[in-house]
Ligand binder design. Structure first.
Ligand SMILES: [Zn+2]
Length: 340
C-alpha cells in the first residue's frame, strides 16, 4: 500500500495523567518519536480529531455512566475503579477526544480517504462496558467506532483484539449482537479474569485464552486459523483492531512473548485479511502497551505490516527470551466450538 493511503489520527491526552500510573501521558509521544525516527513512517500525515459527540458516546454507553464521569470531575484527581482507573480534571474531554479519534478514522475509511489507519489515542477503551469505567478505560473507543461505522452504512464489523488482556468491555457491548463479531486473544488467568473460550455470545464472540509465554507463533496461527476463516465466512464491511502492545515480552504488566517483528507480521496478516474479506478497510485503535520502547517500535512495525513493506521494521528489543508453549489445544478447541 502507498503511504498516502494510510491515515494516522493522534489524541495524546497530556491532561490525562497520574504520577506513577502505567497508562501515562508519555505513551503517545513515545510512539510519535518512534514514528519520526523511522524513514518509512516519518512523513505519514497525522490529524487531530474532534471530540466525540454525546450521541456517539451514547450509542455504546449509558447516560448514567456519562453522568457519573461528569460528577467525578468535581473530585478529580481521583480513582474511580480498583484497576486502578483514574480521572483528572481533563479526563472527560480526553476520553471524548479519544473516542472522536476512533470515529474520525472510521469516517475516513468509509469516505475512501484512506484504506487503512491507526488511531493513536488514549485513554484506552476495551475494558469499559456500557455502564462503567474499568481497567484504565473510560469510554470503549473501538465499540464506539464500530457503531459509527454501522451508522455510516457498514453493516457488519469484525473486531480483533490483540491486547494481552481480554477485551471484556467490547465483549459486553456486542455479546447479543451478531452484526459485530469479536475475536480476543489474551493471556489467561490475568486481569480481568474473563475471556474463557466458552464465552461465545450469540456465536459471535471468539475468545482465545493463551498460556503464559505464548508469542509470535501463537498470534500468527490465530490470524491464519481463526481470523482468516471467520472473516471469509462473515464477510465484514470493516475490520477494526484493538491494538495493545502489552503482549510484548518486555511489557511489565503481563507474561506473553510477542516481539516487534511479530507485530509487523501480524499486521501484515490482518491487512491481507482486510484486503481479501473486508473491502480493504482496516482501522487500528490503540489500547494498552506500557513499555515505551516496545510500544513505539511495535506501532512502527504494525505500520510496516499494514503498508506491506518489503523490509523488516527496526527491532531494538530482539527476540523473545523463552521458548513458546504449544497452543494446539486452544486452536483446535476454538475451531471445533465455532465450526471453523
Ligand atoms: Zn492490556
Amino acid at each position: 500500500m502507498n503511504t498516502s493511503r494510510l491515515l494516522l489520527v493522534a489524541a495524546p491526552a497530556p491532561e490525562h495523567d497520574l504520577e506513577g500510573h502505567p497508562e501515562r501521558a508519555a505513551r503517545v509521544p513515545a510512539i510519535r518519536a518512534a514514528l519520526a525516527a523511522d524513514p518509512l513512517t516519518n512523513a505519514l500525515p497525522v490529524t487531530t480529531p474532534a471530540l466525540a459527540s454525546e450521541a456517539q458516546v451514547l450509542r455504546v454507553h449509558t447516560a448514567e455512566h456519562l453522568a457519573f464521569l461528569e460528577g467525578a470531575l468535581a473530585q478529580a484527581p481521583a480513582y474511580i475503579d480498583h484497576a486502578p482507573t483514574y480521572i483528572t480534571a481533563g479526563s472527560l474531554e480526553a476520553a471524548r477526544r479519544a473516542a472522536g479519534g476512533a470515529c474520525a478514522l472510521v469516517d475516513a475509511l468509509v469516505a475512501g480517504d484512506a484504506e487503512a489507519g491507526f488511531a493513536l489515542i488514549r485513554p484506552p477503551g476495551h475494558h469499559a462496558p456500557p455502564e462503567q469505567a474499568m481497567g484504565f478505560c473510560l469510554f470503549n473507543n473501538v465499540a464506539i467506532a464500530a457503531r459509527q461505522a454501522q451508522a455510516r452504512g457498514l453493516e457488519r464489523v469484525l473486531i480483533v483484539d490483540f491486547d494481552v488482556h481480554h477485551g471484556n468491555g467490547t465483549q459486553d457491548v456486542f455479546a447479543d449482537d451478531p452484526s459485530v463479531q469479536f475475536v480476543s486473544l489474551h493471556q489467561e488467568g490475568i486481569y480481568p479474569l474473563t475471556g474463557a473460550i466458552d464465552e461465545t455470545g450469540v456465536d459471535n464472540i471468539y475468545n482465545l485464552p493463551l498460556p503464559s509465554g505464548a508469542g509470535v507463533s501463537a498470534f500468527l496461527r490465530i490470524a491464519d486459523e481463526i481470523v482468516a476463516p471467520l472473516a471469509s465466512r462473515f464477510a465484514p464491511h470493516l475490520l477494526l483492531v484493538s491494538a495493545g502492545y502489552d503482549a510484548h515480552w518486555r511489557d511489565p504488566l503481563a507474561g506473553l512473548q510477542m516481539t516487534t517483528t511479530g507485530y509487523q507480521a501480524l499486521a501484515g496478516r490482518l491487512n491481507r485479511i482486510a484486503h481479501d474479506s473486508c473491502s480493504r478497510r482496516v482501522g487500528f485503535v490503540l489500547e494498552g502497551g506500557y513499555d515505551l520502547q516496545a510500544l513505539g517500535s511495535g506501532v512502527v512495525a504494525s505500520l510496516y505490516g499494514l503498508l506491506g513493506a518489503p523490509t523488516d521494521a527496526p527491532d531494538p528489543l530482539g527476540p523473545a527470551p523463552r521458548r513458546e508453549p504449544a497452543i494446539d489445544d486452544v486452536i483446535a478447541q476454538a475451531r471445533r466450538l465455532h465450526r471453523l
